[in-house]
Every structure is written in structure tokens, then in C-alpha cells.
Write a protein that binds this ligand. Structure first.
Ligand SMILES: Cc1cc2nc3c(=O)[nH]c(=O)nc-3n(C[C@H](O)[C@H](O)[C@H](O)COP(=O)(O)OP(=O)(O)OC[C@H]3O[C@@H](n4cnc5c(N)ncnc54)[C@H](O)[C@@H]3O)c2cc1C
Length: 302
């Protein structure tokens, strides 16, 4: 690789890494993406499929939403089936018209990749990052092997670890509580997406949280390159964690609402009571609809 220095090194070409790359490019910030797997592998990796309203909007804003609008399926709500009946919960009427989009994560990744590579973006497939160095200095570096197996270093101003739950980023940070790493920043290393937190799939929040993390990070980096101050970047953890913990709570609540737990008669009665409350209360339905389509943090605006 000819390049010796870049403003932001991004580890991982999942949703977090690719959304971040596009957001930074839009702000004129240089970045390189390193992906451990091949293009074919990540374009075929089936995972999430529920996009919050704001995630779908952002894909359009980045110029990568045309296929989603053709092939994705907009959902106006969900059906609960219990007590021998279907109960429909309508989202738009509880959320000022917000919906969800059903569109596979692998399609989102494919569309973002196409747009990134067509626009001349720098991305290295099959190139695992093996270490992050000097994250507590102003000149961190990432270490990787080139195609010949020779160890290389790329120096940068910041490292964005968007490398998922098993990546090198999270291992480079010491503290971890439950499934949320706190803080999400260590010096000039920032964790985003699954590298920072995991939620049970019931709430369909993982991909969407990855997107909201990198929106906060991109805004902080843009402010840094505009003003030279790290003040906004230093609030990255705190600003992300509000949405992260809201999603943790929603996912936990959905799991306790929808899963059967063996021999727990008391818990089963609580579930039925909660489902009945959902049907009988517009306020309860609004809480579910607002969280499912994507709670908007008033301070972030998304
Ligand atoms: C079965 C399933 C269903 C799901 N359903 C939903 C859903 O409906 N809605 C939802 O929002 N979320 C869902 N999720 C969660 C969602 O898939 C994740 O939250 C999402 O993939 C997180 O994106 P990410 O970019 O943070 O991480 P990832 O998608 O894991 O991307 C990380 C990338 O980093 C690469 N990488 C790892 N280590 C290195 C390294 N050392 N060097 C370079 N690259 C590296 C990986 O190959 C990968 O491409 C689901 C997950 C699963 C498994």
C-alpha cells in the first residue's frame, strides 16, 4: 500500500464501517476501510433485515437507497398472535407516519459497497487488521498483512473499530460490562456497532444501533477537522450510550414479552397481562411503535 497516513482508519466493512465511510466522505474526511473477509462473503452474509425509518432515510441520503425502494418491503406494523386471535399494531398512526423497511442486511452492505467502490473509495478485502497501536496517542496505527503476507502499518489520526463482536477493536479496550462496552472510546480508538454492544435479535436493533453510533462518530470527526477541538468527540460515548441502553431495554422487554420460559407460571401470567395492556392502551402501543420504528433521541435528532 502506497498510503502511509489517513485521517480515519476503519476496521470492518459491515453496516457500521460502510455507513461511516460514506458519512466521512461526505464531510471531506479521508478514510480507508479494512475488511477481513472477501467481497463475496460479506455480500452473502445473511443477518438483519429490519431497518428503522431513520436508517432507511440515511441510506437514501447517501445515494444508495434506490434498490431498497424498489425491492424492500415497507411494513406499517406488526401482528401479535395470542389468545387464539390476531392483533394488529399499526405503526404510522402512533408515530407520525414512521414505518420500518424490510430489506436484508446483505443487500444494504451490497448497495453501500457498490456506491463506495464506484465513487473510488479505498477498501481492502481479505485484509484482517491484527493489532491497533498507540491508541492513547495522537498518532495511532493499525497493523495488517498485505497480499504477500508482509506486515504493514497504516498511521492515522483516529481508528474506528467497526469490526463486530469478535473483532480486534473491542479486545484493545479493557472495561466491559454485560454486553455493552463502556466507554466506547479509548484515546483515539472508537468502537461502533457490534464491536461495542450486542442486543438480542428480538428488538431488531443491532444494525440500526450500528448506524446511529457512526452518525454520532462522523459528526464528532467532522467537528474535529473543522475546529481542531476534540470536545465533541469526547462526548461520543455518552451520546451513543443513551440510544444503546434504550435499545438494550427495549430488546430485553420484547424478549420477555414474546418468549416462553419453561415452567414459569407467574411469568406467563405477566406476559398475558402485558399483551392485554398493549391491546387496551394507545399509550402502550405508542411506546412499542416508537421504539420499533426507531426512538429519536432529542439531543441527537435521530
Ligand atoms: C441472525 C441474526 C439476525 C439479526 N437480525 C437483526 C435485525 O433484524 N435487525 C437488526 O438491526 N440487527 C439484527 N442483527 C444484528 C446485526 O446483524 C448486527 O448488529 C450488525 O451486523 C452489526 O453491524 P456491524 O457493522 O457493527 O458488525 P458486523 O456486521 O459484524 O461487521 C463487522 C465486520 O468487521 C469485519 N472484521 C472483523 N474483524 C476484523 C479484523 N480484525 N480486521 C478487518 N475486518 C474485521 C467482519 O468480517 C465484518 O465484515 C442480527 C444478527 C444476526 C446474527
Amino acid at each position: 500500500m502506497a498510503r502511509q497516513h489517513v485521517q480515519v482508519a476503519i476496521i470492518g466493512a459491515g453496516p457500521a464501517g460502510l455507513f461511516l465511510a460514506h458519512l466521512l466522505k461526505r464531510k471531506g474526511i479521508s478514510c480507508v476501510v479494512f475488511e477481513a473477509r472477501s467481497r463475496k462473503y460479506i455480500e452473502g452474509r445473511v443477518r438483519a433485515g429490519v431497518l428503522e425509518h431513520g436508517t432507511a432515510e440515511l441510506l437514501r441520503e447517501l445515494g444508495a437507497g434506490a434498490r431498497m425502494d424498489r425491492e424492500g418491503i415497507e411494513h406499517d406494523g406488526v401482528k401479535f398472535r395470542f389468545g387464539g386471535r390476531d392483533h394488529h399494531l399499526d405503526f404510522p398512526s402512533h408515530t407520525n407516519g414512521r414505518r420500518i423497511m424490510v430489506y436484508g442486511q446483505q443487500e444494504v452492505v451490497t448497495d453501500l459497497l457498490d456506491a463506495w467502490l464506484d465513487g473510488g473509495g479505498d477498501l481492502h478485502f481479505s485484509t484482517p487488521v491484527t493489532a491497533i497501536e498507540d491508541a492513547d496517542t495522537d498518532t495511532p496505527a493499525i497493523v495488517y498483512e498485505d497480499a504477500d503476507g508482509t506486515e504493514q502499518r497504516l498511521h492515522c489520526d483516529f481508528v474506528a473499530a467497526c469490526d463486530g463482536f469478535h473483532g480486534v477493536g473491542r479486545r484493545s479496550v479493557a472495561q466491559m460490562r454485560s454486553f455493552v462496552v463502556e466507554p466506547l472510546q479509548y484515546g483515539r480508538l472508537f468502537l461502533a456497532g457490534d464491536a461495542a454492544h450486542i442486543v438480542p435479535a428480538t428488538g431488531a436493533k443491532g444494525l440500526n444501533l450500528a448506524v446511529s453510533d457512526v452518525r454520532v462518530l462522523a459528526a464528532g470527526l467532522a467537528d474535529y477537522y473543522r475546529t481542531g477541538s476534540e470536545a465533541e468527540l469526547l462526548t461520543y460515548s455518552e451520546r451513543c450510550l443513551r440510544k444503546v441502553w434504550r435499545a438494550q431495554h427495549f430488546s430485553w422487554w420484547m424478549t420477555s414479552l414474546l418468549h416462553r420460559f419453561d415452567d414459569d407460571v407467574y411469568g406467563a401470567r405477566l406476559q398475558v397481562a402485558e399483551l392485554g395492556y398493549l391491546l387496551g392502551s394507545a399509550a402502550a402501543r405508542t411506546v412499542l411503535a416508537e421504539n420499533y420504528t426507531g426512538w429519536i433521541d432529542p439531543d441527537l435528532g435521530f
